[in-house]
Design a protein around this ligand. Structure first.
Ligand code: NAD
Length: 426
């Protein structure tokens, strides 16, 4: 027994989970929360570990480890992505599931938090192996998921095809088509319009609010975007369409600078053909490090975590930072930037557009009635700007930064719901 309990605590020592719980504790202090609620929020409700045997192309059978963590379901079914990566472990999945709980609560969605993953390098699998892996994993977690129970989505290493296989496996095993069991599906089988660009568009709606609060306008503003993948390229495109001047972009190959502003649709076409911004001729080369230090109105870090730290925070000249990626600005850097008067829209708000449109996909699947893209985008704007406004009011009232305020808003909603539902049995 003693050994078991040590092992569980070992998993919970994962730094990602520890950081999330530090935010929950801080949020609890800001809203003067009930300590019993904070204690409950610091433990996952259920962790599922499954073994996933897969016949490989060479006929051998490999057994992978899969996880699904159902962190909290006070507000509704569990919701969160599935990650395929060689570093996936239970502690990381618990941490990511807790962050989904916090994000879903902040966005006002009727969802709890969940996350799943398999410890595997998906780039080393053939399409058949990846399909077999996905179907067996879905079958193993099958009793625990469902449109009213737990709704997975894509994350690192998984995509709309992975979700199509999950949806098909679950539907085959239950006997009828159940599109609402996962989100991030292809349009043809119940996916939603607007899902692909949703995170980038949400980041731009948040940027518009941040500019407004700084007494500035996105139109005509100068912007640098780090990372030109799903989030970065869409954020750049939607900001460009709103009249912003995107003076710098970058990807893993390096950066591009053009003081007159880059033609973003043209760059996107170049990336579609060449798979990278490398070789695009209408801009000068700039390093990823220097891009972050440009004298621009706003910086969108949309690539990796931990790129703005206490080492470069003093040198940042941007007035606004929109965290498109998860965790690009460290906690230490946030404190330095907050003192300098830089406005940071934290990841939990700025990249929440993806899960909001996932929610719309689920609602449309349940209703079997599909909306057009403008309806989706307008509803996204309503939800994400409300989360921003609530956090802004909290930040002003409690004199805390936007990251702390967003967490406080999230924990406050969870607390209200948990107190209303009570503890079963008493
Ligand atoms: P992606 O793989 O589509 O794109 C990542 C981009 O970052 C690529 O352009 C890549 O070249 C670039 N990149 C990689 N290493 C880099 C480096 N060292 N320097 C500069 N650029 C580098 O991924 P994505 O879906 O756009 O996700 C980006 C970030 O946003 C991640 O932190 C992810 O967790 C977060 N996020 C994504 C979504 C979503 O809906 N896609 C939602 C919420 C959060």
């Amino acid at each position: 027994m003693a050994q078991d309990s040590i092992m569980v605590e070992d998993h919970l020592r994962h730094p990602l989970f520890q950081n999330a719980m530090q935010s929950v504790e801080e949020a609890g202090k800001i809203i003067n929360a009930d300590p019993n609620i904070i204690n409950r929020l610091k433990k996952p409700k259920r962790c599922i570990i499954v073994s996933v045997p897969v016949r490989m192309d060479d006929s051998t059978v490999k057994v992978f480890s899969g996880y699904r963590v159902q962190y909290n379901s006070t507000l509704g079914p569990y919701k969160g992505g599935i990650r395929y990566h060689q570093d996936v472990c239970l502690g990381e999945v618990v941490g990511l599931a807790s962050l989904m709980m916090l994000k879903n609560s902040l966005m006002g969605l009727p969802y709890g938090g969940g996350k799943g993953g398999i410890t595997v390098d998906p780039t080393k699998l053939s399409r058949t192996e990846k399909q077999n892996l996905t179907r067996r994993y879905t079958s193993e977690i099958g009793p625990f998921i469902g449109p009213q129970k737990d709704i997975p989505a894509p994350d690192v290493g998984t995509d709309s095809q992975t979700m199509a296989w999950m949806m098909d496996t679950y539907s085959q095993e239950t006997g009828y088509a159940q599109p609402g069991v996962v989100t991030g599906k292809p349009i043809e089988i119940g996916g939603s319009l607007g899902r692909t660009g949703a995170t980038g568009l949400g980041a731009v709606y948040v940027a518009e609010k941040a500019f407004e609060k700084k007494g500035m306008s996105l139109k005509g503003a100068t912007i640098a975007v780090q990372g030109f993948g799903n989030v970065g390229s869409h954020a750049a495109l939607y900001a460009f369409e709103r009249g912003a001047k995107i003076v710098a972009i970058s990807d893993v190959s390096g950066g591009l600078f053009n003081g007159d502003g880059l033609n973003i649709p043209d760059v996107i076409e170049h990336v579609r053909i060449n798979k990278s911004i490398a070789g695009y001729s209408r801009g000068q080369k700039i390093s990823n490090e220097d891009l972050l230090l440009l004298d621009v109105d706003a910086l969108f870090p949309c690539a990796l975590e931990g790129v703005i730290t206490e080492k470069n925070a003093e040198k940042i000249k941007a007035k606004i930072i929109i965290e498109g990626a998860n965790g690009p600005v460290t906690n230490d850097a946030t404190k330095i930037l907050h003192k300098k008067g830089v406005f940071i829209a934290p990841d939990v708000i700025a990249n929440g557009g993806g899960v909001v449109v996932s929610y719309f996909e689920w609602v449309q699947d349940i209703m079997s009635f599909f909306w057009d893209e403008s309806e989706i985008n307008n509803r996204l704007k309503g939800i994400i700007t409300k989360a921003f406004d609530r956090s802004y009011v909290m930040a002003q009232e409690k004199n805390v930064d936007m990251r702390q305020a967003a967490m406080a808003v999230s924990v406050e909603r969870l607390q209200k719901a948990m107190l209303l539902r009570g503890l079963y049995p008493r």
